[in-house]
Design a binder for this molecule. Structure first.
Ligand SMILES: O=C(O)c1ccccc1NCC(=O)[C@H](O)[C@H](O)COP(=O)(O)O
Length: 258
C-alpha cells in the first residue's frame, strides 16, 4: 500500500518539477509569511488537537466532500485546534497544495503539510505554499535520508512531525532529535489500526519531546486514554470531517489533562 502511494506521489511530483524549478520555489520563499511555531502551544497544559482536512483515504474511501477547506479549518480553529493538518496528496486523499494555501491564508494557527514527503523539493514546496509544519514518515526514509530531510526542514523553519509505528522507527526518530514525535496507530502497510501502539511506544520517547497520538481517535474518551499514556497532542481526521459540528467536536477533545 505505502509503496504504491509513494510511487504515485513521485509521478505527480515529476510533473510539478517540470514546470516549477527549485530556484522558482526559493524565490517564492521571499513572499511567504514567516513560519508559525506550534511548539509553545503543544507544550502547554492539557491536550492540543491537530485537526485534519481529509476528503478520502485508502482505508475508508470517501469521507467528506469539503468544498471549502478553509471554512472547515476556520471551524476547527474556532473550536480551539492548536494546528490544522492538510492532506495534500491528490490521488488517494483528494488533497492539494491549493487546499493548504487556502487554509493558511484563513486561519491564524500553524498548518501542517500532511503528505508522503521523500525529497527536499517537497519540503521547499511546503514552505513556499505557507506550511509551518511538515510530516516525515520514518518508514519511508531509510538510512541518512531521515536526518537529511529533518535537518533541511529545520533550515527552512518548518517544525517536523516525525511519524513512527514501531520500536525501531521510534529509536531512529529519537536519535535524529525529532522534537515532535507522532505515533500512528495505523499501520501504513496493512492499514490496520491498533490503539495499543501508542502505549507501547510512548515510554521509548524521552519526556522532553512532545508525543502525538495519531489515527483512530473518535472522541474525548480516546483523547483521555492517550493523554493518560503521555500524549500532549492528538491528530484527528475522520471523526472531525464526518462530524456535523466540527467546532464543538474539536473543543471537546481540547484541554484534557491527566
Ligand atoms: O488514512 C488512511 O487510510 C491512510 C492510509 C495510508 C497512509 C496514510 C493514511 N492516513 C494518514 C493519516 O495518518 C491519518 O489521516 C491521520 O492520522 C488521521 O487519522 P484518522 O483520524 O483515523 O482519520
Amino acid at each position: 500500500m505505502l509503496d504504491g502511494i509513494v510511487a504515485g506521489v513521485l509521478e505527480d511530483l515529476a510533473v510539478r518539477q517540470a514546470t516549477t524549478s527549485e530556484a522558482d520555489l526559493r524565490a517564492a520563499l521571499a513572499d511567504v509569511e514567516p513560519p508559525r511555531d506550534p511548539m509553545p502551544h503543544f507544550r502547554g497544559p492539557g491536550s492540543s488537537v491537530i485537526a485534519e482536512v481529509k476528503r478520502k483515504s485508502p482505508s475508508k474511501g470517501a469521507l467528506a466532500d469539503i468544498p471549502d477547506p478553509a471554512a472547515l479549518a476556520s471551524e476547527y480553529a474556532a473550536g480551539g485546534a492548536a494546528a490544522i493538518s492538510v492532506l495534500t496528496e491528490q490521488r488517494r486523499f483528494g488533497g492539494s497544495l491549493d487546499d493548504l494555501r487556502a487554509v493558511r491564508a484563513t486561519v491564524d494557527v500553524p498548518v501542517l503539510r500532511k503528505d508522503f514527503i521523500v525529497t527536499e523539493y517537497q519540503l521547499l514546496e511546503a514552505r513556499a505554499a505557507g506550511a509551518d509544519l511538515a510530516l516525515l514518515m520514518v518508514v519511508s526514509l531509510p538510512g541518512e535520508r531521515l536526518r537529511q530531510l529533518h535537518d533541511y526542514a529545520r533550515e527552512l523553519g518548518l517544525t517536523v512531525l516525525m511519524e513512527v509505528h514501531d520500536e525501531a522507527e521510534t529509536a531512529r526518530a529519537v536519535e535524529v532529535g525529532a522534537e515532535l514525535v507522532g505515533v500512528n496507530a495505523r499501520n501504513l502497510k496493512t492499514l490496520e489500526v491498533d490503539l495499543d501502539v501508542f502505549g507501547r511506544l510512548a515510554p521509548l520517547i524521552p519526556d522532553d519531546r512532545v508525543k502525538v497520538a495519531e489515527s483512530g481517535i473518535f472522541g474525548p474518551q480516546d483523547v483521555e486514554r492517550f493523554v493518560g499514556e503521555g500524549a500532549g497532542v492528538v491528530l484527528v481526521g475522520e471523526a472531525l470531517v464526518k462530524d456535523g459540528a466540527p467546532r464543538e467536536a474539536v473543543a471537546a477533545m481540547t484541554g484534557i489533562t491527566r
